[in-house]
Design a protein around this ligand. Sequence first.
Ligand code: NCD
Length: 305
Amino acid sequence: MALSFKHLTSAAQITRADADVLLSTAADMERVIKKGGNDLLKGSVLASLFFEPSTRTRLSFETAMLRLGGQLVTADGLQFSSLYKGESIEDTIKVIGGYADVIVMRHPDSGSADKAAAVSPVPFINAGDGANQHPTQALLDLYTIQKECGKIDGVHVAMVGDLKNGRTVHSLTTLLTLFPKVHFTFVAPDQLRMPGKITSLLEEKGLKFDASSDLTDAVAADVLYMTRVQKERFDDQSEYEKLKDAFILSANHLKGHKTIVLHPLPRVNEISTDVDELSNAAYFRQAANGVPMRMALLAGLLRKV
Ligand code: NCD
């Protein structure tokens, strides 16, 4: 697999050819998992650096590496990191690039991933930089849409919640512009609308979107992508308190609809647990898809497939 990028910091770097090869390799990787893994990345070390909390992204990257026979070194929490002592991101990455074969990093600052990639001697993957981008989540979301809907072309995707600060919806919308006739409904409170930087990409590609403040406008879509209001991005916590429960999806909303419900997780209140029992609920399957997709990406960047 020849990916067009050496480092992955933004979904905008992913070409249609990259997306196609990653989708098909992820499907192959699901078969590898079922057979108990392999040794494709034996001898390779992943450094996972999480300077912001993570459960799914970190553990699924680490699981992906272990399933392919690789090994890992890991650092999390700013208090344990050299960044806490005042070291620049660039210096940290140059040092860790001397230890490991591939680096995955999550960091609270938007733009930190580009800084790291600019100096990284080994493939660098952005696992979320502030409110900016989260391209590997977009890849696993894309894979989930393909599996759950049987297609990507022409799908109607409704995104709901904190579209301003949610990096997953920025990356997923960007990635979906590679597919013809995909269209969008963006449901958010006025204060949390999708940034113009993202909607202008849709305008450039001639893809349709509409904006709404009403959750019922989202339930007829093929995919309903719920998001958490991003507490950590608010300077004013009283503003967060006002907006945090703006949209709460319950089983009632979904009556008579086949909409596939996705959520990058963690959920707080935005999906009632009564949705979990419905066939619409695909968010736990979505989380599991993170492993095969990240296996595909690691193997591709390390030039082993
Ligand atoms: C998301 C993130 O970190 O941006 N989580 C994840 O990676 N699965 C979404 C979120 O935290 O709300």
